[in-house]
Design a protein around this ligand. Sequence first.
Ligand SMILES: [Zn+2]
Length: 268
Amino acid sequence: MFEAPINRIRIDALLPTVLGEGTLIEWEVDDKYQTRRLEFAVIWGRSPTDNFQKVGATRDTWLVDSVERRQGTDTEVYYAIVVRDRDTNEQWKSQLQRSGSNWSKLHWRIAREAVRQWNVRLTRGAVSGTRGYLVKRRNYGDPCPECVDPTTGKVQKADCVSCYGTGVDGGYYPATETIVDQNPDKMQRRLTTEGALKERISTWQVLAFPRFEPNDFWVDAAQDLRYKIQSQVETVGHVAGVPIVQRVQVDLMERNHPIYAFPVADDG
Ligand SMILES: [Zn+2]
């Protein structure tokens, strides 16, 4: 087997959230393989020479391992990704990645408390949080059957209702409810190469579970305003290197943006 067509593997502790609790394993598909229909299996072992066992399989680029693998003196955990092309049946195995998440019981307690305080502050404290939904973009998936040219891989319709202009079938993962702190916000107007584009840029603080990443969207449920997460995502609070609170820059999208067609829970 050759080296797998995936680049970075990231492994993080995962607090109790809608995703579950455990270890989050994420990877990126190499650009050259974006239009292939791939599926992935995550395997794990205690050492590079161990007999690796399967954790699970997925067509997404992340998986949660909800089993605590570290037991007693066996504290090393390695993961790898086995990639299969569903059309050609080619298979690859990635490099091993040692789990960077070595949270002790104390780390978990500190992180849980930080999350609890965050929720208390925004629901019962002096600062009032805004409820809404995080809509995470699918970074990889089957090409959209409606609008992607099968030979060139190019998106044909920016307002496609199957992929919302992303070119990936479905476009986004189902929305997850989150509460954000819009108060650090300083409204600005931004000058772009096209002149004074009427874009409002805001900076918010958000909990890092689930993680906000560039090109994701956040939906203000009450007003149905849809904001795009910009490239600037900073960690403002962390526990043992794992982000707990992030500061994100967002842009309010115009009403004609295809993301307004994406359904969230409050839609009828
Ligand atoms: Zn499409």
